[in-house]
Design a protein around this ligand. Structure first.
Ligand code: TMP
Ligand code: ASP
Length: 254
């Protein structure tokens, strides 16, 4: 499909104008970054895998009635999405202590949390996406109280669904990050799930061995990043058992 003008380039994805008004094309790059761009690499096939995994998850979430920006996958690296106004928040949901929560509160990684915890970060690369409270969000008008309520309710539904989905294939969902957008439809505005859900934006541990199957393999120099993402895709039935080569064979596709 012919792409329109590039309208935004992020660290792992590019957005182009879509074929019709109100649509965009989301292109998944192979670039990996961590610690706000301090650490960088190109991981062959990562974009292809994330495009497929995010498609699968967005379709499943759509299937249980969760509103998302996803329309359809176009090819190995691109998906057609609805144009939304991104709410400038990274919404994190945690089931088990890890990463920045463990650091901040001195909790051992892997310790169960008393309940699922939602955190908000202000989406701003220059500031390194700082943790903020609902007070900051409403005071600075990043989102309304109604939107925060919707975001919390939707994120808990995403968490319930994904926890079950992954647990069915022997994967523990430790935490994840999602983003939301405002979808303008005539007079109405709806809060919908946007961006992507993939091993770049989740912590996924093998349920029996505890092996990391997510971007922490890159952040922590553990190696085998795309192999781990392929394993997630294989377990979800997105690529065939023993497969993956067919996805990686499309690396050249731009
Ligand atoms: P954290 O423990 O580093 O705050 O990460 C929490 C979750 O959010 C984890 O699943 C990774 C994800 N995440 C992103 O998707 N993007 C980011 O920029 C960061 C820092 C974390
Ligand atoms: N996405 C962030 C970055 O590019 C950090 C991360 O995922 O760890 O720096």
């Amino acid at each position: 499909m012919a792409k329109g003008r590039k309208i935004y380039e992020g660290k792992a994805k590019i957005l182009y104008e879509g074929p019709e008004p109100g649509t965009l094309i989301q292109y998944f790059k192979d670039d990996a970054t961590a610690f706000n761009n301090e650490k960088r690499a190109v991981l062959d096939g990562k974009g292809v895998l994330n495009n497929r995994i995010s498609e699968f998850i967005m379709l499943q979430l759509g299937g249980i009635g969760l509103p998302t920006h996803f329309i359809r996958r176009l090819n190995m690296r691109e998906q057609l999405i609805k144009e939304v106004e991104i709410i400038p928040l990274e919404v994190i949901c945690r089931n088990v202590a890890a990463g920045s929560l463990s650091k901040r509160l001195g909790l051992e990684e892997g310790a169960a949390l008393p309940r699922s915890i939602i955190e908000f970060c202000y989406k701003n690369d220059e500031l390194g996406d700082p943790l903020v409270s609902e007070e900051h969000i409403t005071a600075f008008n990043w989102a309304s109280t109604q939107e925060i309520d919707d975001i919390i309710a939707l994120t808990l539904r995403v968490n319930d669904f994904l926890t079950g989905l992954f647990s069915g294939v022997g994967i523990k969902l430790i935490d994840f990050k999602v983003e939301y957008g405002r979808l303008y439809e005539g007079e109405t505005v709806r809060t919908v799930l946007a961006d992507e859900i993939s091993p770049d934006s989740c912590r996924l541990w093998d349920a029996s061995s505890g092996e990391k199957l997510d971007k922490d393999r890159f952040r922590r120099d553990l190696g085998g990043v795309t192999e781990a993402y392929s394993e997630v895709a294989r377990r979800l039935g997105i690529i065939k058992e023993g497969g993956g080569a067919e996805i990686l064979a499309f690396n050249g596709e731009k």
